[in-house]
Design a protein around this ligand. Structure first.
Ligand SMILES: [Zn+2]
Length: 501
């Protein structure tokens, strides 16, 4: 359910309840409460099979308010205050947050100092009195946010040549700020970022103003839609922020290194038409704004951070990439705004719903605008599909990340391998039903999370027949099923590795 529908109860209504609860515990179950509080703190999770310690049970975050102070150099920690407003969903003696890189100076729960301790990648907070199920609670943490990665902790802040950007997918937001770091708990975000004058700051959502004080400026941004922690973006740099209008007046703002603004403009000018093209396929763009952030950094990937996708600047300046390819990558990240951002995976095993669809629209755009027939890429994917399944698992049951490389869940099985499953679906149910399914999917689960089972159910409803068996084979099978309509498609043996003579 969208968090925007919630109303905040008055503090007066909740505080006395908590006191009563505490009194009741003391009177009748003092030993239980004491046992709970004295057990050693342990890292917890929400049961994600790929990331067992991501997220935390017992509460549902409604909003994050992040204040970050950038010192003017990207190898020193930022000073930060993170304020989390949440509902408790069970009684809690203690509350775990994900936070694994940065010093915590103090924690307050509902305005009163709370004890805290690290356990694994969690910060375990003990309020001065237990929280009761249904409480509205505010956790305020003073901490640092360190842009210099610790060993084995890639992701989070990305250091650019002129400042910082963020790349938190899948499990690195908690290297930047304390949070419930799992896409199943989306929340509203406000960012206040203070930087020396001369820097431009852009974050997810829309600006609500900036205030200059002496040599520093504080920039504030707010999201109008709930967002997963993995999709947070804060760009601090010597940047030009370029504004243009998208379809039906959608504000588009791009963030590029000032010195390159003119050279990059031909690429930026493509975004409004790309949005219009995607709207013609799946319906209205789901957020308040969009834009491209071109960072001077070598990340090796692009990332669909909500309302402001992160790209390596080199993608646009490297002469080896064909024009159609660069545009199709732009469309890949743009389509994630619908598939992955507005509709988020409930667990990380559902990530094929993000990448399969983004690859699908990337290929469809290349076919329609760049004369690169989709069928060629699908046939090639079919030939490699069994190998991808063996290496990474079937699309909806990906193997766990390699040790020390959590980003390694992003294997071909969830990109081209999952787009191949969507192609099989379109072959099976026909183009009109497939296109209807896509539109209903992003509309029905807008601003929420969804599962593979939700997709199977909706596809069956739209097709008017039970597709469970079809999806079982395509999404969970160790081997790739025959492609409907293409009985001649076969698996192709891996190219032999050259041996040194
Ligand atoms: Zn993607």
């Amino acid at each position: 359910m969208p968090l925007t529908l919630r109303t905040r109860p008055s503090r007066r209504a909740t505080r006395p309840l908590r006191h009563r609860r505490a009194a009741a515990l003391l009177a009748s179950a003092v030993s239980v409460a004491l046992l709970g509080a004295s057990a050693p703190p342990t890292p917890l999770g929400v049961g994600d099979r790929l990331f067992p310690y991501l997220g935390n049970p017992g509460y549902d975050v409604a909003s994050y308010d992040l204040s970050l102070t950038y010192p003017g150099s990207n190898d020193k920690p930022l000073q930060a205050v993170t304020t989390i407003d949440a509902w408790t969903t069970s009684d809690l003696d203690r509350l775990n947050l994900d936070f694994a890189h940065g010093k915590v100076e103090s924690v307050e729960v509902d305005g009163r100092p709370a004890a805290f301790e690290s356990a694994g990648e969690d910060l375990v907070v003990t309020p001065d009195e237990p929280l009761r199920r249904g409480d509205w609670t505010r956790i305020t943490l003073k901490h640092t946010s360190d842009p210099v990665s610790a060993k084995g902790q890639d992701g989070g802040w990305v250091r650019t040549t002129d400042g910082l950007a963020m790349a938190n997918q899948a499990d690195a937001a908690h290297l930047v700020f304390p949070c419930n770091d799992h896409p199943s708990d989306k929340a509203m975000f406000t960012f206040h970022v203070t930087a020396p004058n001369g820097y431009a700051v852009v974050a997810n959502g829309l600006p609500t103003g900036s205030v200059r004080t002496g040599g520093r400026t504080t920039w504030t941004y707010r999201t109008l839609h709930p967002m997963a922690t993995e999709l947070a973006q804060v760009s601090i740099g010597r940047s030009a922020v370029l504004h243009r209008a998208g379809p039906h007046g959608l504000p588009v703002r791009d963030v590029v290194p000032s010195a390159d603004a003119k050279k990059l403009e031909p690429w930026l000018a493509k975004t409004p038409d790309q949005i219009a093209w995607l709207e013609s396929k799946v319906g209205t763009y789901p957020f308040e704004t969009y834009g491209v952030l071109m960072a001077q950094a070598s990340t090796g990937f692009e990332l669909e951070t909500q309302t402001l996708s992160l790209f390596e600047k080199n993608l646009f300046t490297e002469p080896a990439y064909p024009k159609w390819y660069i545009e199709s990558v732009m469309v890949h990240e743009l389509s994630h705004q619908w598939f992955g951002d507005s509709v988020s995976p409930r667990v990380w095993s559902d990530v094929w719903l993000n990448e399969g669809h983004a690859t699908w629209y990337e290929e469809l755009y290349a076919e329609e605008k760049g004369h690169q027939p989709m069928i060629n890429r699908m046939k090639a994917a079919y030939g490699a599909s069994d190998r991808w399944r063996a290496a990474g698992g079937p699309p909806a049951l990906p193997k766990a990340p390699d040790p020390g490389q959590k980003i390694s869940i992003f294997r071909p099985n969830i990109y081209d391998g999952a787009a191949l499953a969507l192609y099989a679906l379109r072959q099976e149910i026909g183009k009109p039903a497939f296109e209807r399914l896509e539109r209903i999917w992003v509309q029905r689960h807008r601003d929420a999370t969804a599962t593979t089972a939700d997709f199977v159910r909706l596809a069956s409803a739209v097709a008017g027949r039970d597709l469970t068996g079809f999806f079982d084979a395509w999404l969970y099978g160790a081997k790739t099923p025959p492609m409907p309509g293409h009985p001649d498609w076969k698996q192709v043996a891996a190219p032999k590795k050259q041996t040194k003579k």
